[in-house]
Design a protein around this ligand. Structure first.
Ligand code: SF4
Length: 338
């Protein structure tokens, strides 16, 4: 029986006690410092290591290939240059209409309320995003409101990353009430990895806030591997759906982490046990520093065929790529050009 030390601690305490030193992380995991080849510390200076202790608790000690560790450990290959891997692969700066507002799709837009994440995923397509220049202040709300009202097709607001669930419930409530005040908005979607890495973030206050909203609430979590979903984490995810909050998962296909059918099938089954439906399986966005996670196209196709053949349709996430400037995510299966 695994003894998890941290996950029942107060979530804000956990958020204030992240591991940011790669050597401390290796020490906890009983791994040699040699695991960090030269350049990894430099990579960590460019995009800092951040990982909650509760997430580290889920990693296997002594295993340098642990699939959770590989997602967050700085790697010397991040410093290598490849022309097709760029700092803004989705051209999000072009969609940045106002501070915090990214309007890429017809009926919905992204609102980034914070640049902070509880964990730094090394493959993150926003790892170079200039959050600090782009966060909405309270006084920006009037402009955001005007923007929404001048686009009547918008009916859904997506709180996205940085991770909105790093905000306090008090701040979330303020923004929720602002969004609720606009009759045209029907759905609030929250994209967050926090329930996976600090499951205790799903506290009674948050649940109450969401379940009492007049908006339909969709929480899209981000889990890439079934080992992220221990019983405690699953119970917290299920607690959301017990309150009629729709909970979906998006994953990223990552070399060395989940690039085989069996791992993805296990992930779908485990998500379903937590009452979460698999939503998207993204191929890697070509962001500078993440090239070592890229999976070859022929392998992607092969893996996905096996997943399709093995799972009920409702457990199969849509395989997609986001293409800069496109009005929706691009489905990939059966498309020879991805
Ligand atoms: S939690 Fe999401 S936004 Fe934050 S680093 Fe990970 S993938 Fe990026």
């Amino acid at each position: 029986m695994i003894n998890y030390l941290y996950q029942e601690q107060n979530w804000q305490k956990q958020l204030n006690d992240l591991i940011t030193d790669p050597l401390e992380l290796l020490n906890i995991l009983q791994l040699s410092p040699d695991q960090l080849l030269s350049g990894a510390i430099l990579a960590s200076n460019e995009f800092k290591l951040r990982v909650p202790r509760a997430f580290v608790d889920k990693m296997q000690k002594g295993n340098p290939a642990d699939p959770l560790l590989l997602q967050i450990l700085p790697h010397h290959l991040e410093l290598e240059e490849y022309p097709e891997f760029v700092t803004d692969p989705l051209a999000e700066e072009d969609a940045n209409q106002l501070p915090g507002v990214l309007h890429k799709y017809h009926s919905r837009f992204l609102l980034t309320l914070t640049g902070a994440c509880a964990v730094h995923c090394r493959y993150c397509f926003r790892r170079h995003f200039p959050y600090q220049e782009n966060l909405p202040k309270n006084e920006d709300w009037l402009n955001i409101q005007n923007y929404i009202e001048s686009h009547p097709a918008i009916e859904e607001v997506i709180l996205s990353g940085g991770d909105p669930l790093t905000l306090s419930n008090r701040k979330l409530k303020i923004w929720l009430e602002r969004i609720e005040s606009l009759a045209q908005i029907k759905i609030l979607r929250i994209h967050s990895r926090v329930p996976i890495v600090i499951p205790n973030r799903v506290d009674d206050e948050l649940i109450s806030l969401l379940k009492n909203s007049r908006l339909r609430i969709v929480v899209v979590v981000h889990s890439n591997h079934a080992l992220e979903l221990d019983d405690y984490t699953c119970s917290k995810l299920a607690a959301l759906s017990f309150e009629r909050i729709t909970v979906l998962n998006q994953a990223v296909l990552l070399k060395g982490v989940n690039d085989d059918a069996e791992t993805l099938i296990n992930l779908s089954h485990r998500l379903f046990e937590a009452r979460v439906l698999p939503y998207y399986l993204h191929v890697l966005d070509k962001v500078k520093g993440a090239q070592h996670f890229d999976v070859e196209t022929s392998k992607v196709d092969h893996i996905y065929q096996e997943v399709l053949a093995s799972l009920s349709g409702y457990l199969v996430p849509k395989l997609v790529r986001e293409i800069a400037g496109e009005k929706n995510k691009t489905p990939l299966f059966g498309v020879s050009t991805f």
